[in-house]
Ligand binder design. Structure first.
Ligand code: ADP
Ligand code: MG
Length: 385
């Protein structure tokens, strides 16, 4: 077993302690899966385009044992335990709410030909919820690798990402792309992962901020995604309609200079075409050995999401504008939009100034105080104990 992430080990100990307390026994093992941030390539995944996430050092740890019935516990809030008999037989097996992310994975594994029997699980996660950092995928991927290991299923990680995505789409009912689960399962420490969402082929690209005296700030604007589900579905529908009008299977296949008469669809199209180009340009710059050079691409990506894709919001724009005014090399919203988080690439010497500027700007506009932390590219999902 490769060396587990140090922080994942701490979380795993808490998950195991919760397991002992709730179920009165030792877990057979503990598995952890991280949240993620997407460096660039937003809403391109379901258009079969390019994405570039890295794993964050926030993990969902799952302490798990085989059992007679399904029992799901999470330490979140005051702690909650959900019990069920018939998990895995259909999408309507009666498990709803947060435990649906776990039951959904059991169902999706069964559907994919990897049968699983009941387990008890205790989850302890420090991935912030609803902050656009994929707390949901972290839950799904932690239980997925746990169930696979406990049942002796060897599942390729790219296939596992599709299975976890299916749990979120068909069981939970959130129409998200494959980015989050792929990032959680496939990212590697110290690297940002370039992925082609058509075939999930990928390349791990070195992402060494420290050697260039750079820092990546993640700014959770503390405005949980409002209207996110409906708006997300409507962007997907716009992309499908745009692809239909152009006669291509997905917008990934749209010619560079494609135009549509309808103004809204044309702007959606332009975002996807230019965003895919920006991912490829980012890749070129990183492979050329510099991170600082990607700043302008990040900022251009934000403008495209704000103006063409219309998925930003006051809080995200405030954070991005304030970071740039205070000297950030680049900044953009990240994740689905309408709240969640932004990222800012800053010279390490300027990080404190940028943080203060972002917080001051929010206060001046009467917005909630953002939570800011320094990101590092952490390890993907792995067994911890
Ligand atoms: P995101 O993935 O961006 O954090 P989502 O809305 O996709 O936001 O997923 C958040 C949901 O995931 C929560 O509402 C909750 O149901 C579930 N969740 C996340 N973390 C935990 C946890 N530690 N315990 C229980 N449920 C969790
Ligand atoms: Mg999610």
């Amino acid at each position: 077993m490769p060396t587990p992430d140090i922080h994942a080990v701490e979380l795993a100990e808490t998950a195991a302690a919760a397991f002992r307390q709730v179920f009165g026994a030792e877990p057979e093992g503990v598995w952890a899966a991280p949240g993620r941030v997407n460096l660039i390539g937003e809403h391109t995944d379901y258009n079969e385009g390019f994405v570039m996430p890295f794993a964050l050092p926030f993990y969902a740890a799952a302490a798990v044992s085989k059992s007679e019935t399904w029992e799901f516990h999470s330490t979140y809030g005051n702690g909650d335990t959900v019990r069920a008999d018939t998990v895995g037989s259909s999408v309507d097996d009666g498990v709803s709410g947060w435990a649906g992310y776990l039951a959904g994975v059991a169902w999706a594994l069964n559907e994919a030909g990897y049968p699983v029997s009941p387990v008890r699980v205790a989850i302890h996660s420090d991935v912030p919820h609803g902050a656009g950092l994929s707390s949901s995928a972290a839950l799904e991927c932690a239980i997925l690798i746990a169930l696979a290991d406990l049942h002796g299923h060897e599942i390729d990680r790219a296939e596992a990402a599709r299975i976890a995505q299916k749990a979120e789409n068909a069981y939970v009912g959130a129409p998200t792309g494959v980015l989050d689960q792929s990032a959680s399962l496939l990212c590697t420490e110290g690297k940002v992962m370039f992925m082609d969402c058509r075939d999930l082929s990928r390349e791990q690209v070195p992402f060494d901020l420290a050697s260039e005296n750079l820092t990546m700030l993640v700014i959770d604007v503390n405005a949980p995604h409002r209207h996110a589900d409906g708006e997300y579905a409507s962007r997907r529908a716009d992309c499908e309609e745009a692809a239909r009008q152009l006669g291509v299977p997905f917008l990934r296949d749209a010619p560079k200079h494609a135009r549509l008469e309808d103004d809204r669809l044309n702007r959606r199209l332009r975002h996807i075409i230019t965003e895919n180009e920006r991912v490829l340009d980012t890749m070129k710059i990183l492979k050329g050995g510099t991170v600082a050079g990607i700043g302008e691409l990040l900022t251009a990506s934000h403008a495209s999401m704000r103006d063409d894709y219309e998925i930003s919001c006051t809080e995200l724009d405030s954070a991005v504008d304030a970071a740039l005014e205070a000297g950030a090399l680049g900044a953009r919203m990240t994740g689905g939009g309408f709240g969640g988080s932004a990222i800012a690439l800053v010279e390490t010497a300027a990080a404190a100034k940028v943080e203060a500027a972002v917080i001051e700007a929010a206060a001046a506009k009467g917005l909630r105080t953002p939570r800011i932390f320094v990101a590092r590219a952490a390890a993907g999902a792995h067994r911890v104990a």
